[in-house]
Design a protein around this ligand. Structure first.
Ligand code: NAD
Length: 499
């Protein structure tokens, strides 16, 4: 069994805590690796190294920093299949989906190549007699990121690419469930020319996270994961004076209007509800057809599609729609919630219970489930299931449907399927959710826009990637300079005003 490492100051190092997390192959249930869990002292050492390395990196001009990103993109493309294979083995998602995970991160790196433009400051010539005024965007120093298991390539790249190209050093604490891809990414960045110490990986659990949160050198913390941990990290990081952005859980509704193309809507629901076994924060987990006629027709179209879904290990190649979930505990949690749905009166119209795959009996496979007649007081409606379970909540009217999404505590993504532009516009304007799709089921913004939810799905002010990333990872300094000939003639004692 492989003992994984941390990556500190340009080298892989073994953990010293003698504490490890199991890295599983979710398809077989086997433990394939041991992930070292950092001590506070190990995290502090990495932070000190980062702080020492960062000023020299910040003084490299932005264009040269961007060139490291350019080279990194080449290397990601070169190693795409290798990265996808390792990612699938530790996560369980299919190979094409794993390559998509790397690709979506790569696109953020591409966006970061434009750093010289994004870091340009502002300048006012002759703001007063002999006075120029300009603003600079300076790096924060040492930044840190804590990432979830479900996108082990994309989400670390969302954070470290903009942080680094802005001139910061970055400490990455990836999910202890699948740390191998993050370790490969830091190697590739150094191959691309990044100096050692600028990106380091410290593996770990709560102890490592707390070491980051309480360290005075760390200036910012970026987090993606479940809402309770997001709330904890936001509160603790802010209390310790850091800039913090935390992205949490989700319950994404899709409204299906009576005039929608129902085949298109059914295909969209199946892809977005069951892709990656539902382990996506932008998965659609609630279908809201408007009117009983729409609901009946939609359910009729969904049932054969859901029953036909192919479930298997990533090694089966393209012939699989989704793989196992991440752990036995996650599988048990999903199965318990399904049982709760039945107990609370929802109709299980596609029953994926008891799904077994020959040769993979110990894998964490969960069959595809479809519920109809779910109501908003049920646990399967209120809680994030994070599994291949789609709930249908019937709404009588558009107003009831939109109000349902407005009232839900999560606000990550949503979408509406309709042929009516007026309804789509009204929905986009009134909904209190961060990312909205119109006839698009997974409205994940591209790298040059920002990604972020509202309500209990996001804590903080600035989103991931896009222009917000350059704001989050820099501080603005504004300089007022005067070079008059008579500067030595004496001081001015009243505040300068514009007359
Ligand atoms: P998680 O919250 O269990 O773990 C995320 C990170 O937090 C990991 O690095 C983990 O080591 C760390 N962590 C766990 N417990 C901790 C504790 N008590 N104290 C400090 N740190 C702790 O999340 P997960 O299971 O890895 O990921 C799934 C969740 O992430 C889902 O809720 C999903 O919706 C969410 N997610 C959200 C987004 C988004 O952009 N909003 C994107 C992807 C995933």
């Amino acid at each position: 069994m492989q003992e994984l490492t941390h990556y500190v100051n340009g080298v892989h190092i073994k953990g010293t805590s003698n504490r490890f997390g199991d890295v599983l192959n979710p398809a077989t249930g086997e433990v394939q690796g041991k992930c070292p869990l950092s001590t506070t002292a190990e995290v502090e050492t990495a932070i000190e190294i980062a702080a020492a390395a960062q000023p020299a990196w910040a003084s490299v001009n932005p264009q040269r920093r961007s060139r490291v990103m350019m080279k990194f993109v080449d290397l990601l493309n070169r190693d795409m299949q290798k990265l996808a294979e390792v990612l699938s083995r530790e996560h369980g998602k299919t190979l094409p989906d794993a390559a998509g995970d790397v690709q979506r991160g790569l696109e953020v790196v591409e966006f970061c190549m434009g750093a010289p433009h994004h870091l340009k400051g502002e300048f006012t010539d002759s703001a007063g007699p002999g006075i120029d005024m300009y603003s600079m965007k300076q790096p924060l120093g040492v930044c840190a990121g804590i990432t979830p298991f479900n996108f082990p390539a994309m989400i670390p790249m969302w954070m470290f690419a903009p942080a680094i190209v802005c001139g910061n050093a970055f400490i990455l604490k990836p999910s202890e469930r699948n740390p191998s891809v993050p370790l490969m990414l830091v190697e590739l960045l150094e191959e691309a020319g990044l100096p050692k110490g600028i990106l380091q990986v410290v593996n770990g659990d709560k102890e490592a996270v707390d070491a980051i949160l309480h360290n005075q050198t760390v200036q910012s913390v970026s987090f993606v994961g479940s809402t309770p941990i997001a709330e904890y990290i936001y509160a603790t990081g802010c209390a310790n004076g850091k800039r913090v952005q935390c992205f949490g859980g989700a319950k994404n509704h899709m409204i299906i209007m009576p005039d929608a193309d129902l085949d298109q809507a059914a295909d969209a629901l199946v892809g977005s509800g069951y892709g990656a076994a539902g382990e996506r924060c932008m998965a659609i987990s609630v279908a809201v057809p408007v009117g009983d006629e729409t609901a009946d027709k939609l359910i009729k179209k969904l049932i054969p599609r859901v029953e036909a879904l192919k479930i298997g290990p990533y090694t089966s190649g393209e012939d699989v729609d989704f793989g196992p979930v991440i752990t036995a505990a996650s599988k048990a949690n999903i199965e318990n919630l399904v049982q709760t749905g039945i107990d609370q009166g929802a109709s299980l119209v596609v029953d994926g219970r008891g799904f077994k795959l020959q040769g993979y009996e110990d894998g964490f496979f969960v069959g595809a489930h479809l519920f109809d007649n779910v109501t908003t007081d049920m646990d399967i409606y209120k809680k994030e299931i994070f599994g291949p379970v789609l709930s249908t909540v019937r709404a009588k009217t558009y107003e009831e449907a939109i109000q349902m999404a407005i009232d839900h505590e999560y606000g990550n993504g949503t979408s509406i399927f309709t042929r009516d532009g007026d309804t789509a516009r009204d929905f986009s304007n009134r909904i209190n959710i961060g990312m909205v799709g119109v006839n698009v089921p997974i409205p994940v913004p591209l790298a040059y826009h920002t990604f972020g939810g509202w309500k209990k799905s996001m804590f903080g002010d600035l989103n991931q990637h896009g222009p917000d990333a350059f704001k989050f990872f820099t501080r603005t300094k504004t300089i007022t300079s005067r070079w008059p000939s008579g500067i030595k003639e004496g001081g001015e004692f009243s505040i300068p005003v514009m007359e």
